[in-house]
Design a protein around this ligand. Structure first.
Ligand code: ADE
Length: 678
């Protein structure tokens, strides 16, 4: 019977600081070792603020006749035990009595088994005196490090408040607290380990219990370690997957070498952490945009991307593109293969001298670049009369000059505008006197290439001054400056612009511009020339609004925010660049088509906004990764309000992920022409 009015929980060892495992308490100190003995009446407690029965730990006999409670005591070291003192309640009127007998087993060492011979002790039960008392159990000087004592019920309840041991090797009583916890390795420490068993259990199981505990703890530790390892592996896998998936968003830490533009432009790009870039401030551009380490090898990426996998040998376009054979292939086919990755081949950039791109063409060997190679006429420089500076680049300047006697010098059929008796004005690009020999070479190459170009929508080289320094190239002068400036200073034509004399352009003007640019690019593509920096800033307008594609590199200063600067030298127009140009350094006619799409977008926004103006340069590069992945997360430029839907569809095709899906310049020209005025 349970004492009336008191829940059984009150008799639990609630101060026990070990673990509760199933029906057992393991590895702690408890009420039985706190040095406080209980009152005779367990309903009364000497401790204020605690519940009645606090002093005692009690067990109910679930098995009348043969029930017992078993406890195991583990000590800090081996001892010779003389006796055990158990302070027990004896309120027989409430069904509580001291134990009727106790059987103690001994274990000399933790790893040893229990000794076969126990100490048994029978108590004299007392039905007259309900006082709590110490019951002393003689332990016969048995040597042990651990004891297991089974206390047999004498009544319905057994309630102990303290258990103390006396050993012969100490002067005073050896209390339970100095006990061990490290059961599995036998290490001693100063903590107690007790087992309170309220259930009877088969004796075979009891024998095995001690060994099992060590095994159990060992297993638990192993399982925990395994779980930690598994969790670590899962987290690691997730991290690696994320890194691979987001690789283009992150700048690879490896050092990579990229040869930019020409064989002499080998730049080691290291990738330190990149600080956020303030708007309009050149970033420390020490990076290359690669998808993952394997993409640092362009050949590996070509294998991965089917549309890039054609090789020059297999495409039938021929490997020697220094003299492109346009009869053998379509522009796209040829450029996929015939104009290889710039890291693999020497592609001459015509931008070298003044800092911008002109046409990327196959390298001409430096030996072949002598002044004798230049077929364009040498003009006497004293006849170039300086008027004003038009622009400036890293390696030179562009001047507006009056060219005395140029029409006569060039002869009939020269591409010069009507003079109406006025002096002939020309643009003179001049190499800085202190330019490096590389810059000089590039300048000469640029002249050689430009001298071969002859199209109404490509800026015309008229003559040169190369027999003495500074080297100069003379081109036609475009009175209306560049298209970006021109459009940004205009509004779309309306009654309002007419009424207020606001400079304006019509939609048909815009379409006409688009047609002209596509025509110029069609011409370049037909020669297998890759521009690499098509944008409104590189399109010039003459008096009659004829557009000529140019790139004197002066725009690099004027439009520096359009370029992403690689520390020291290269600058990249990333907002106009196709994903494969940014990620792989692959410039082709198809990447020119991409830039043409952005140029169209500029035209129809009247150059009032920069492409992806809401994105930082870093975000533009991240977006490039999305274009590559093509999972619908890429951000496209949105349709300009002025732009007819069919035209926007054309732009979108220019930004196709696969280069074979992009239109050709011929196709673009044919699509645009019908919409423009003659
Ligand atoms: N700026 C650079 N080149 C030019 C040209 N040919 N005409 C006018 N302005 C220019």
């Amino acid at each position: 019977m349970m004492p009336p009015g008191y829940p059984i929980a009150s008799l639990n060892d609630s101060t026990y600081d070990g673990v509760h495992e199933r029906r057992r308490l393991l590895g702690g100190l408890g009420q039985l070792t706190d040095g406080l003995i209980g009152q005779d009446d367990f309903l009364v407690t000497r401790q204020y603020h605690v519940w009645p029965g606090y002093d005692y730990v009690g067990w109910r006999n679930r098995d009348p006749g043969s029930g017992y409670v078993e406890m195991e005591f583990v000590f800090d070291r081996q001892r010779n035990f003389t006796s055990m003192k158990v302070h027990s309640n004896n309120m027989f009127s409430r069904g509580v009595k001291i134990f009727s007998s106790v059987t103690c087993h001994f274990k000399p060492r933790l790893i040893a088994g229990w000794e076969a011979e126990p100490v048994e002790f029978r108590t004299v039960l007392d039905d007259r005196n309900p006082s709590a008392r110490y019951v002393t159990v003689p332990l016969e000087r048995r040597t042990a490090k651990a004891l297991r004592c089974r206390f047999a019920f004498a009544d319905a309840w057994m309630m102990f408040s303290e258990i103390t041991f006396l050993s012969a090797d100490t002067t005073g009583p050896t209390h339970m607290p100095p006990l061990v916890t490290s059961l599995w390795n036998g290490e001693d420490s100063s903590a107690s380990s007790t087992t309170h068993t309220t259930e009877t259990s088969p004796s075979g199981k009891e024998q095995a219990e001690d060994g099992n505990t060590a095994v159990l703890i060992g297993c638990l530790v192993t399982i925990i370690l395994l779980l930690v390892v598994i969790i670590f592996l899962i987290l690691w896998c997730q991290y690696v997957c994320k890194v691979l998936e987001k690789a283009p968003r992150r700048i690879l830490e490896e050092e990579v070498t990229v040869r930019l533009s020409s064989s002499s432009d080998t730049i080691i790009l290291q990738t330190p952490p990149v600080p956020p870039r303030a708007p309009q401030v050149d970033p420390p551009y020490e990076r290359v945009f690669l998808l993952d380490p394997q993409y640092q090898d362009p050949a590996a990426l070509r294998n991965k991307l089917p549309e890039l996998s054609q090789s020059a040998e297999t495409s039938g376009c021929g490997g020697g593109y220094a003299e492109p054979d346009v009869t053998q292939c379509t522009p796209h086919q040829c450029f996929q293969s015939a104009v290889p990755h710039y890291a693999e081949t020497d592609i001459v950039s015509l931008q070298g001298v003044t800092g911008s791109n002109m046409y990327a063409v196959p390298a001409l060997t430096v030996d072949s670049l002598t002044r004798k190679d230049i077929s364009v006429a040498e003009f006497p420089r004293q006849r170039l009369l300086f008027r004003e500076k038009l622009g400036e680049g890293q390696f030179g300047e562009v001047h507006l000059c009056e060219a005395e006697g140029l029409p006569e010098f060039l002869g009939e059929g020269a591409p010069l505008p009507d003079r109406d008796g006025r002096p002939v004005l020309v643009a003179v690009k001049q190499l800085r006197a202190d330019a490096t020999s590389n810059a000089r070479n590039d300048f000469l190459k640029e002249i050689k290439i430009m001298s071969r170009l002859n199209d109404p929508n490509i800026i015309q080289l008229l003559c040169v001054c190369v027999t003495s320094d500074p080297l100069c190239m003379v081109t036609e002068y475009m009175e209306n400056g560049d298209l970006n400036m021109f459009l940004s200073q205009r509004e779309i034509e309306s009654t309002l612009t007419h009424a207020n004399n606001i400079p304006s352009v019509s939609l048909s003007d815009l379409l006409h511009m688009a047609v002209q640019i596509s025509s110029g690019m069609r011409y370049l593509a037909s020669l297998n020339f890759v521009h690499r920096d098509l944008a409104t800033r590189n399109c010039l307008l003459d008096r009659r609004l004829t557009i000529k594609i140019s790139d004197f590199g002066m725009s690099r200063n004027l439009y520096s925010s359009d370029y992403y600067r690689i520390q020291g030298r290269a600058v990249l127009p990333i907002r106009w660049m196709a994903w494969e140009s940014i990620l792989l350094g692959k410039f082709t006619t198809a990447s020119d088509v991409w830039a043409f799409g952005v140029t169209l977008w500029e035209i129809f926004t009247l150059c009032k906004e920069q492409a992806y103006s809401l994105l930082s340069d870093e975000q533009v590069i991240e977006n490039t990764g999305e274009f590559f992945r093509n999972q619908g997360r890429q951000i496209f430029l949105s349709a300009p309000p002025l732009c007819p839907p069919s035209l926007f569809e054309l732009m979108m095709r220019c930004w196709g992920r696969n280069i074979t899906d992009r239109p050709t310049f011929e196709g673009l020209y044919q699509a645009l022409r019908p919409h423009a005025h003659p």
